[in-house]
Write a protein that binds this ligand. Structure first.
Ligand SMILES: [Zn+2]
Length: 324
């Protein structure tokens, strides 16, 4: 039997990641194209189709060896209808028929899913969750994404909005405004943007009086989440206080989620997770404080291992297992 390949697509607001992946989940080729949001995004699926064709031609491979496409998209997905409810980061209109558009352009069966859910499936297949089928994945990037897998299946929810861990309320009264329209969401604290906001507010309010974090801010005129962790590692008191605040809210939210689901693992991914032990050890401390004893004993916190590849690998998993 000839080898079959899968196409994994991770559609982002500015960049789309693509990969050819074998049925064992190994990436054979990966590349990126810009996401073209002009004219209400009418070229997006066309460009993806053309790019896949071009790559196949380059590799002297035929479309016939492709089993299908799996695709992660940045928004809540109607999995059955293959439709995106809405996409705040893309130019498409609401209820966009993404599956149909992709199938029309590529002539390959396509399955679509929310991007954070794809990342969770990727970690389950080939990453930190390999060998487990009860997982909660939380992605700490520009925002905070989440994916929940129970018995090997993504929990979709009635309107495709399950697993929105970023919008767990951390500050009940007040807190910073969130992109979702609420205030005080976990995303306003535990994302890269949230961490920068916390420091900037301290600086503006005169609560950042001395130390490395202040010096960095004054020298650069701005601060990044990485700066905060770098300063914390040198023992800077202000930076450590920010890490403490982030870890408290994240650890408590994850404990509450674990008290509901008791997963095998909670996997922390995204750019902020690269902070490593300085963040994760503190999150574990607060997780332990707020988790139900049996949950604390049995649910492990791990750092994601696939980085930016989790999305395309999880999408390919869908193409392998969910294409009908
Ligand atoms: Zn929110």
């Amino acid at each position: 039997m000839t080898e079959k390949w899968l196409v994994g697509v991770d559609l982002g607001g500015t960049t789309t990641k693509l990969a050819f992946i074998n049925t064992d989940g190994e990436i054979l080729y990966k590349w990126e194209i810009p996401t073209d949001n002009c004219e209400k995004g009418k070229n997006i699926t066309k460009h993806i189709a053309e790019s896949i064709e071009l790559q196949l031609a380059k590799l002297d491979k035929k479309i016939e060896m492709m089993t299908g496409i799996g695709m992660g998209a940045p928004g809540p997905v109607n999995y059955e209808a293959g439709m995106l409810y809405n996409t705040p980061n893309l130019a498409w209109e609401d209820n966009y028929p993404l599956k149909d558009m992709m199938e029309r352009q590529t002539l390959l069966p396509t399955v679509i899913e929310n991007d954070a859910n794809c990342a969770a499936l990727g970690e389950m297949w080939k990453g930190a969750g390999e060998g487990y089928n009860n997982l909660v994945c939380v992605t700490l990037g520009t925002g905070v994404g989440g994916g929940v897998i129970a018995n090997g299946e993504i929990i979709q929810g009635v309107m495709g909005a399950a697993g929105e861990i970023g919008h767990v309320t951390s500050i009940p009264n007040g807190g910073a405004p969130c992109n979702c329209g609420k205030t005080g969401c976990l995303e306003t604290i535990a994302s890269a943007t949230g961490i920068v906001r916390i420091v900037t507010e301290k600086f503006t309010n005169g609560n950042l009086q001395s130390g490395k974090l202040l010096n960095t801010f004054q020298r650069e005129g701005k601060i990044t989440a990485k700066d905060v962790f770098d300063c914390a590692r040198t023992g800077d008191a202000a930076a450590l206080a920010v890490v403490e605040e982030v870890a408290f809210h994240l650890g408590m939210a994850l404990a509450n989620i674990a008290n509901t689901l008791n997963p095998d693992k909670i996997i922390i991914g995204g750019g902020v997770s690269r902070a490593g032990d300085i963040l994760v050890n503190k999150v574990e401390e607060y997780f332990g404080k707020y988790a139900f004893p049996r949950v604390k004993k049995s649910t492990e916190i791990s750092v994601a291992t696939l980085g930016n590849d989790a999305g395309v690998i999880g999408a390919a998993w869908l193409a392998k297992n969910r294409n009908r």
